[in-house]
Design a protein around this ligand. Sequence first.
Ligand SMILES: Cc1cc2nc3c(=O)[nH]c(=O)nc-3n(C[C@H](O)[C@H](O)[C@H](O)COP(=O)(O)OP(=O)(O)OC[C@H]3O[C@@H](n4cnc5c(N)ncnc54)[C@H](O)[C@@H]3O)c2cc1C
Length: 275
Amino acid sequence: MPRYIRPANLAEAAAALASRQAVVLAGGTELYRVAFPPAGATVIDLARLDELRQIVCGEAGLCLGALARWSDLLEAELPDWAAPLREAAEAISTPQIRHAGTLGGNLASRTGEGDGAVALLVLQARARVCGPAGFGELPLAQFLTRPPDDVALLTHIMVPPPGPHTRAGFRKLGLRKALGPPIGAVAASLRRDRAGAVERACAAVAAPGLRPMRLMVLEERLHGLPPGSDPSPLVDAAIAALPEPRDDEACSAGYRRHALAALLRRLLAELDGAP
Ligand SMILES: Cc1cc2nc3c(=O)[nH]c(=O)nc-3n(C[C@H](O)[C@H](O)[C@H](O)COP(=O)(O)OP(=O)(O)OC[C@H]3O[C@@H](n4cnc5c(N)ncnc54)[C@H](O)[C@@H]3O)c2cc1C
């Protein structure tokens, strides 16, 4: 059997990460589904760390505790600019999963299907982490690609407000109402300058077999796009250049790619439409 501990505070939890085969447990919806901790592991249950449940919105943006659940995010009055996060929360599976699953577990999971990660990548979020060596903060993209032996504890997610006139959203195909794999998810944000050219664009995707990632080349190519120009060829090229997503019982890899491109084209068109 794995050893099981419930630290009373963050310092205790951070120290416990130095244990042999440390495994962090939040809501358990992903952990117990994908990889039950092996005998010899130390399971660090975060349940007593109430300071990690807070959702705070201020002038500096959002400070989200890693233990905030999807249902907490839906109940919180998130600002309009955080639409991708709210829309991702709405798209998460069933009420039971939304009530147990946490934002931190979604971001820390290595299964690559994190809806929260896609939404928060376009919101330029940063991850606060702690470990036996102390506390730190890094861009979310860097946290998502940390090496497999990195057992840092994600404590908070910091989300700065975007510049004025930025519109952003999240779209997903294949709602996971049961255990079936989703087809894919996209998020994007767009800001145009006074002349109508794209001043700043951000896009991210995830699908089974394709970890959540920003589409940096697409973002650069969208920059400066004049009003009325169709971004579809740029989107299609960016999705075609992605690594192969998974082929599974839900759909083929080819269909996943096709769906991601269609979702992103539509989302960009919606963000460009009338408010
Ligand atoms: C039926 C079903 C449907 C689902 N539907 C969706 C869906 O629609 N969209 C989606 O994105 N996901 C979905 N999931 C996956 C999962 O439920 C969510 O990602 C959820 O948010 C995970 O959070 P958790 O607290 O349960 O994580 P846990 O299961 O507790 O942990 C997941 C992983 O993250 C690590 N971890 C957890 N918290 C931390 C932390 N604070 N710091 C460091 N590491 C940590 C754990 O060690 C583990 O490796 C689904 C899962 C199931 C079983």
